[in-house]
Design a protein around this ligand. Structure first.
Ligand code: ATP
Ligand code: MG
Length: 262
């Protein structure tokens, strides 16, 4: 990934308007609008049950909203399914499903890479083998470098199911990174990660932002959000109650009340 040109940082990349969602006739997301600028790191915060994960699922295309629109790079993607959003760089983490738990750690990273030559029947015949090998080699180098960064290189050939809980969470983040995100959606990426490792994951997220990746992350630990995020969106009971800096959010009555009530 190369760094974003300076003029691109701060340009709107995603704009969601009046998103709504219900479960069993209960409105859990009620008219949520979110604007995300390119190359920034946002925190999506709020008490349990506020609707944060539901909003993130809607942005990822994993859940269909009952109302509202989402534009990405100026294009209306409201009806796009998750795989199509992912192909255009909207990537979210997924908990390791059984299927992936049965792959090795390294295989998990390699299958996340989009558009590998050989992905389709036609490409097997049309891609020169030399180029194919080079592309695969680059992905392999990248995957190994990522594992080394988190001291997991010795685990490369272990089944993902054999990792500790925290290492699984790191693998989920690294899989998302291998998928070449432009907008990375992270639902509590630090949950379950050992306190000693949290700082290195945070440093890595900062580095991704420097490289031009836009990040929206849900996080409960407000100290982490304050040091990491450029801006926060605070939700409570299905609506957005604040947008701005974490420092300002802490002083807002409605935010304090929401946390006390939640
Ligand atoms: N699949 C579902 N079926 C029914 N209700 C659901 C479902 N998913 C979420 N809900 C409900 O919708 C509301 C919002 O849930 P959501 O998971 O979006 O909140 P959240 O802000 O992510 O909370 P948390 O901080 O606990 O993860 C909650 O009341 C939750 O119980
Ligand atoms: Mg949640």
């Amino acid at each position: 990934m190369s760094a974003l040109p300076a003029e691109a940082v701060g340009r709107p990349i995603l704009s969601a308007r009046s998103l709504s969602h219900s479960f069993q006739a209960v409105r859990v997301v009620d008219g949520v609008s979110i604007d995300i600028d390119e190359g920034r790191l946002y925190g999506l915060i709020g008490p349990n049950g506020a609707g944060k994960s539901t909003v993130m699922n809607i942005l990822a295309g994993a859940q269909k909203p009952i109302g509202g629109t989402t534009h990405y790079g100026g294009v209306d993607i409201t009806r796009w399914p998750a795989y199509r959003r992912a192909r255009h760089g909207v990537i979210r983490t997924f908990q390791l499903s059984n299927e992936f738990a049965r792959l090795t750690v390294l295989e998990n990273l390699l299958v996340a890479v989009p558009n590998q030559p050989g992905d389709t029947f036609r490409e097997v015949f049309t891609t020169p083998r030399r180029r194919w090998n080079r592309r695969q080699g680059e992905s392999l180098d990248r995957a190994r470098a990522l594992l080394a960064r988190f001291n997991m290189e010795a685990k490369a050939d272990d089944y993902a199911s054999d990792l500790s809980g925290g290492q699984k969470r790191i693998l989920e983040i690294l899989r998302a990174v291998m998928a070449q995100p432009r907008l990375l959606l992270l639902d509590e990426p630090l949950a379950g990660i050992h306190p000693r490792i949290i700082e290195s994951v945070c440093d890595y997220l900062r580095e991704l932002r420097r490289e031009g990746v836009t990040i929206l992350m849900i996080e409960h630990e407000l100290e982490v959000v304050e040091t990491l995020c450029d801006a926060v969106v605070v939700m409570a009971s299905g609506i957005v109650i604040f947008r701005g800096s974490m420092t300002e959010a802490r002083q807002r009555r409605e935010v304090i009340d929401a946390y006390v009530a939640g």
